[in-house]
Design a protein. Structure first.
Length: 374
C-alpha cells in the first residue's frame, strides 16, 4: 500500500507550510511495513526471541536499569522520591520500576512463560544505544535515518510499556466492560493470572510502529542544561498536561524524554527542517520538564546526586494520570454523528480519580469498577 492509498482522497488539502526534509527519506514506515535495513534487523532480533528457551527471571523492569544509571551516583543506586510515602532515599536500580511477572504471559500451548521479557531485552539494548547517542550528541549531521527510526521506536515503546499505561488500560477496560458484557476485560482473574500482561504486551507490539510513525514526523530538539537539573520518573516519556488534560501525540506541543541530568530529547510539532535543534535549556524549559515529571510520574521520581535536595519531598501528590471520558458528536475522522447517537472520546487527565462526564441520553452505564484502579 502506498502512502497516498493510506491517506485516501487528498484533493481538498492545501499546503500550509513547506520545510526541507533533512533525512533524505520520508519519515514514515507505514506501521512497520516499510522499514530500513537496520529497523528490519531490529524486528528480526525481536522475533528471534520467540524461539529461545524460556527465562526463569521473574523480576521484570518496565523502565530499564541502564536508563536510570544516567542519574546514578555509583552506577548502582539512584536518588528516589516515593510520592506515596514522601520518602527520599537512594534505591538500587534493580529495585525500582520493577514488578514480579509484569511481562509473564500465556503462550499458545496454554502454559505461562517469560519470553516477552526476552523481547524487552532487545528493546532495552536499542534504548541504551539511542539514549547514549543523544546524551552525547554534538553534531546533528552525524545522525542517520536509522537513528531517527531508532529514536521513534524507542520512545514509542517506552511510553507504552509502563505500569502507568497498564493501569490506564485496565481503568478504561473497566468502563468498557460496564457497557457491554461481551467486552474482554483487561484484568487478571483466577483462571488467567497473566491476562493483563498478555493483552498489554500484545497491544504494545502491534501498535509500536504506528506510534513511532507519529513521533518521527516531529522536529527533534535536544535541550542541554549545563547545570544538569533534569529529573526523570517511572513513566519517562512524557506529554505535558495542558489545563489538566493530556493532549494526544499528534496535538502535543512536545513529547519529552529525559536522557540524562543534562539532556532532554523533546519532539516538537514546530518543524524547522533540521535533523536536530540543540538548545541551551533556560529556567523555563527546566520548569517544563520538572512539571511534566511531577505530574506525569506514576509513583517514583529520580534525581542526580547534585539535585537530590530539589526533589519535592514536601509536596502532596494527590493526583496522577487518570482516564478522562467525554461525549462528542464527531467521530474519529471528524464525521458528524446525529443524535441520539454519540461518540465517547477517551483521553488522559491529571486528577485524583477517573473523570467521566457523559451525556444523559441513557446510552451509558456507570462503571464503579474504574475506581479500583486510581
Amino acid at each position: 500500500m502506498t502512502i497516498q492509498e493510506e491517506l485516501g482522497d487528498i484533493s481538498g488539502w492545501r499546503v500550509t507550510k513547506v520545510v526541507r526534509n533533512p533525512w533524505g527519506q520520508v519519515p514514515h514506515t507505514g506501521g512497520g511495513r516499510h522499514l530500513s535495513d537496520a529497523a528490519r534487523a531490529y524486528m528480526d532480533r525481536l522475533l528471534a526471541q520467540q524461539r529461545v528457551p524460556d527465562t526463569e527471571s521473574r523480576r521484570h523492569h518496565y523502565v530499564p536499569q541502564a536508563y536510570l544509571r544516567q542519574w546514578s551516583f555509583d552506577s548502582r543506586r539512584v536518588w528516589t522520591l516515593d510520592t506515596v510515602t514522601g520518602l527520599v532515599k537512594p534505591l538500587g536500580t534493580r529495585d525500582v520500576c520493577v514488578n514480579e511477572n509484569f511481562y509473564r504471559v500465556i503462550g499458545p500451548d496454554g502454559a505461562p512463560h517469560n519470553r516477552v521479557e526476552k523481547l524487552f531485552g532487545v528493546v532495552d539494548t536499542e534504548l541504551g544505544r539511542v539514549q547514549r547517542l543523544f546524551a552525547d550528541l554534538e553534531d546533528p549531521d552525524t545522525l542517520s535515518f536509522d537513528d531517527l527510526l531508532g529514536l521513534g521506536i524507542t520512545m514509542a515503546v517506552q511510553r507504552m510499556r509502563t505500569l502507568q499505561q497498564r493501569r490506564i488500560q485496565i481503568q478504561h477496560s473497566a468502563w468498557m466492560g460496564a457497557q457491554s458484557p461481551q467486552f474482554q476485560l483487561i484484568a487478571d482473574d483466577d483462571q488467567n493470572q497473566h491476562q493483563a500482561a498478555g493483552i498489554h504486551t500484545e497491544l504494545l507490539f502491534k501498535a509500536m510502529w504506528d506510534a513511532a510513525d507519529v513521533l518521527i514526523k516531529r522536529q527533534i530538539e535536544v535541550w542541554d542544561d549545563p547545570k544538569a537539573r533534569f529529573m526523570t520518573c517511572d513513566a519517562p516519556v512524557l506529554i505535558p498536561f495542558v489545563r489538566n488534560e493530556r493532549p494526544g501525540t499528534q496535538d502535543a506541543e512536545y513529547v519529552i524524554w529525559p536522557v540524562s541530568p543534562q539532556r532532554v530529547v523533546a519532539l516538537s510539532r514546530n518543524d524547522v527542517g533540521e535533523k536536530v535543534v540543540i538548545r541551551e535549556a533556560t529556567g523555563q524549559l527546566v520548569g517544563v520538564v520538572r512539571d511534566a515529571v511531577e505530574q506525569g510520574r506514576e509513583r517514583m521520581i529520580f534525581a542526580s546526586e547534585a539535585q537530590r535536595d530539589r526533589l519535592p519531598a514536601r509536596k502532596l501528590f494527590r493526583r496522577r494520570t487518570q482516564v478522562r471520558l467525554r461525549c462528542s458528536d464527531r467521530g474519529p475522522l471528524g464525521n458528524y454523528v446525529a443524535p441520539p447517537g454519540c461518540v465517547v472520546k477517551m483521553s488522559e487527565t491529571f486528577a485524583d480519580k477517573p473523570d467521566v462526564a457523559l451525556c444523559d441520553q441513557g446510552l451509558h452505564s456507570p462503571a464503579p469498577e474504574m475506581l479500583k484502579f486510581v
